[in-house]
Design a protein around this ligand. Structure first.
Ligand code: GRG
Length: 290
């Protein structure tokens, strides 16, 4: 699993570096690169490739789409760390972008990574039909905006220090984290021009994977080590974050996570031995320490 993640990370970074190199030099390139490289685990790209293998999609095309997803993800982390959001000074084992540069630079570098994602998806060197590209751009926009990541982040911030129901916590996690995973899972079905029901099925599977990932992120915050995680742990409780752990406790949250994982695995059983890769990723998600 680690080997596969490393290869995906390497291929994604090679593509992103060459994509940026071709652009006119500006003052924002340096903070954008700082937020992108060496970057994190590339778990979203791994899921995109795992689901892509169910549909026999070309690896190089998926690496490019994964790179666009990683731009949105890096942007969300840069903004998440800002003082007006979660106020974190440490990310991916180094200073957060606004600490290394300054706040306004971090905001603008984040915005530039967002728009770069759409440049990648609309690039003529991405060999997909215009119709597929438009659909990908439409879905990624929906997943990132007020019905997705941005909306979920708003809920995360407004839920602080309040008693929040399980339904609302799950809804917030699916928006804040799950929607980008939904996009990863929908991409192969969109590329293969599958019908809307099939696309919606993968959107739901992605939302569940995202929820599982958020749960594992919360477990790392609760029990993990700052050095290993590359970001400060034991923060959620101090910040009064509404998480499943704060509501159900640590043990019940692990049981809940296992249930979700098994549910996803069952839903993908019909793909037979092709689902081996995604199952491996799902098992990794719950066990990971960073
Ligand atoms: C609209 C994209 C967008 C952003 C603006 C700031 C913000 C709104 C949203 C924050 C969303 C956020 C940070 C959700 C948490 C997701 C999460 C669990 C991140 C950790 O992901 P990893 O572990 O990180 O994959 P690495 O470093 O490995 O890439």
């Amino acid at each position: 699993m680690q080997k596969k993640l490393k290869k995906i990370a390497l291929d994604t970074n090679i593509f992103l570096k060459s994509f940026i190199k071709k652009q006119k030099k500006t003052n924002l390139i340096s903070p954008m690169r700082y937020g992108l490289f060496p970057g994190g685990k590339k778990i979203r790209s791994k899921i995109l490739i795992d689901i892509g293998s169910l549909f026999n999609i070309n690896y190089k095309i998926l690496i490019k789409i994964g790179a666009a997803i990683e731009c949105i993800h890096a942007y969300s982390l840069i903004h998440d760390d800002l003082p007006c959001m979660d106020n974190d000074r440490f990310r991916r084992g180094k200073l957060s972008t606004h600490v290394k540069y300054n706040e306004s630079t971090a905001v603008l570098a984040g915005n530039s990574l967002l728009t770069m994602a759409f440049e990648i998806l609309s690039d003529k060197k991405l060999i997909l039909t215009d119709n597929v590209k438009v659909n990908l751009i439409k879905q990624l926009s929906k997943c990132s905006g007020h019905r997705g990541i941005a909306g979920g982040q708003f809920l995360d911030l407004t839920f602080e220090n309040k008693k929040i129901s399980q339904k609302k916590i799950v809804d917030m996690a699916i928006k804040k984290t799950g929607k980008l995973f939904s996009f990863c899972c929908m991409v192969p079905a969109i590329i293969k021009n599958k019908d809307i029901n099939n696309i919606k099925l993968f959107e739901k599977i992605g939302a569940e994977i995202g929820l599982l990932f958020q749960i594992s992120d919360d477990l790392i915050d609760y029990k993990g080590k700052t050095k290993k995680a590359g970001k400060k742990t034991n923060k959620d409780n101090k910040q009064g974050k509404a998480t499943l752990i704060s509501l159900l406790g640590y043990r019940k949250t692990i049981i809940y996570g296992e249930k979700i994982k098994n549910n996803i695995i069952n839903n993908l059983k019909k793909y037979g031995s092709k689902s081996k890769n995604i199952n491996e990723t799902l098992n990794y998600i719950l066990k990971r320490k960073k």
